[in-house]
Design a protein around this ligand. Structure first.
Ligand SMILES: *Cc1c(COP(=O)(O)O)cnc(C)c1O
Length: 454
């Protein structure tokens, strides 16, 4: 019988995270203080993030960073995750390509996000922190953080955008099941929330406001820190565990990827699957291609601009050097909520600028078409975000069919779609649409970032 799954025992869970910053030919430009324009130091981040994460964020020297034993023990409940050869998808496409996927949907939270949530919760606990907080839009990061906080005995407060709180009751229930306190945002519990509600008591909230509320709670509460589930360097660092395992598993399969693909929101699952392989491109001249799959309606890598911009809509963060659509950009309400972000993390942006990776944009309807084919062939219903990676993979596999090349393609299945079945419902009903964004609209929003670069 041909081998379909390539598994590693728990003892093979990596002992170190891989820090690509240390080997990049051009390091990311510094984060800048928006007022003084001075480069940020780790200490500047201590009031908001726990110390270990702040240090990791700006660490450009250590290639390997040890994974604490307590975190490895938690990883053992779902890692190493399977690497699977998608034989039936290959057959349905009639492609000579060999398609593999790394299945991150098997985590208790249903996505890769738990890989970083566990690390962040552990580092906070070790520092004597008792409470962690965050915001959540679609609810995936909130769900992962709630579980991680429970594992390390921390109280977790999640600000959930009010419209999602009401429209996505199951994600809210998941967070509650894992023991977190969920507050619909805007709320009366913070200055930021009160200011909005006194003007408009029916305000339905925004991610920008939820971020403000969570950061305000963190800086005004003793022993409370803020956490983020994507974009930042320390988050991408934790996700490297995905690619480090995949590297060993591809060896078991007797292959090495010609192409590595992942969907792209802020870039954390892409980093995770890509960087361990990319290090061989950087250090040994290997020629693997790395493709980020982003939504057509939120095209920061394919149509954005590389410049300094705020990481959030309200302009509370430091200035980050990144591919951006402008921090005021309002992505269309596609179902892949995790991909609705205006910028790309600073490491990914520098690597993109330097030609180490490429990007492709995927229409919403094409993403679901690909997701349905994947579900029918491989038996896993993918998250709407992951459907973008699948669509990009199918695109490359069909090119192989034309040329007759048997390329090896590896993609990351970032999560399952069991809590997103209403999106599939909409797809089947024929009501789902594609969203386009014109060059004029993009140019207008990018101006909001240009203004910060003068
Ligand atoms: C959050 C999320 C993403 C997008 O975030 P990245 O940081 O770009 O990886 C992708 N897939 C799933 C399932 C998610 O929950």
């Amino acid at each position: 019988m041909r081998q379909k799954k390539f598994l590693l025992p728990e003892s093979e869970i990596p002992t170190h995270y891989f820090n690509i910053q240390a080997i990049m030919p051009n390091k990311p430009l510094p984060f800048l203080h928006p007022g003084t324009r001075q480069p940020l130091k780790p200490e500047d981040l201590y009031p908001i993030f726990c110390k270990e994460c702040a240090d990791q964020e700006l660490n450009q020297t250590d290639v390997w960073i040890p994974i604490p034993e307590e975190v490895r023990e938690q990883y053992a409940s779902y890692r190493c995750t399977p690497l699977v050869r998608a034989y039936e998808l290959e057959a349905a496409l009639g492609t000579p390509a060999h398609i593999y996927f790394k299945n991150e949907s098997v985590s208790p939270a249903g996505s890769h996000k738990l890989n970083s949530a566990l690390a962040q919760a552990y580092y906070a606990k070790k520092q004597g922190i008792t409470n962690i907080t965050t915001e959540t839009g679609a609810g995936q990061w909130g769900g992962a953080l709630s579980y991680a906080a429970k594992k390390f005995g921390l109280d977790c407060a999640v600000y959930m955008v009010k419209v999602s709180y009401n429209q996505k009751p199951y994600r809210r229930s998941i967070m509650q099941t894992f023991g977190a306190a969920i507050t619909p945002s805007p709320s009366m519990s913070t200055r930021a929330g009160k200011d909005i509600l006194t003007v408009n008591p029916n305000d339905q909230g925004s991610l920008g406001c939820a971020i403000s509320e969570a950061i305000e709670l963190a800086v005004t509460t003793p022993n409370c820190k803020y956490t983020l589930g994507s974009v930042l360097n320390h988050v991408c660092l934790h996700q490297s565990i995905i690619g480090l395992e995949a590297e060993k598993q591809m060896e078991l399969a007797g292959e090495y990827p010609d192409i590595v693909i992942a969907c792209f929101g802020g870039g954390s699952n892409f980093s995770g699957i890509a960087y361990p392989f990319m290090r061989h491109n950087i250090l040994e001249g290997k020629k693997t291609r790395f493709i980020a799959a982003e939504p057509y309606s939120c095209p920061k890598l394919t149509r954005g601009k590389f410049e300094y911009d705020f990481g959030d809509e309200s302009g509370l963060t430091p200035l980050l050097p990144m591919y951006t659509l402008g921090h005021k950009f309002k992505p269309a309400t596609i179902h892949a909520g995790g991909l609705r972000y205006h910028g790309a993390g600073v490491i990914m942006s520098q690597l993109m600028k330097d030609g180490f990776m490429e990007a492709v944009d995927i229409e919403q309807l094409d993403s679901f078409k690909a997701g349905v084919l994947f579900a029918q062939t491989e038996g896993i219903i993918p998250a709407p975000e992951s459907c973008h990676a699948i669509a990009a993979t199918i695109g490359e596999a069909l090119k192989c069919k034309e040329t007759g090349e048997a390329k090896t393609i590896l993609f990351n299945l970032s999560g399952h779609g069991f809590v997103d079945m209403s999106a599939y419902d909409q797809y089947f009903s024929g009501e789902m649409v594609n969203y386009h964004v014109s060059d004029e609209t993009l140019a207008e929003y990018i101006k909001s970032a240009d203004a910060l670069n003068q």
